[in-house]
Design a protein. Sequence first.
Length: 97
Amino acid sequence: MDQMGGFDEHVVDIDCDGWKVAAADIAIRGLGWISVTGVGTATVKISVPKGIGVSVRPPLMPYDVWEVASKYTGGKAIRKVSKNKNGTKKKKGVGRN
């Protein structure tokens, strides 16, 4: 951690429009982005190494949140997995047979 240097802290307030549409994307340079959904105002605190850019933009995929979303409520991120008619888990995306 000492070799990385200090960290910059960013606090972002996002006005959310509901659980079925992403309100904004938080992009972290060199890492990717996180789509934010919810009701009301979401306050997100982001800590990144100095020199790493953080930006907020309109969502790239505002209505695709339910297919690949994980739920985070402050403890542990949980990915919702749907099941087939026979009770086995559906395989989607990378690594499916």
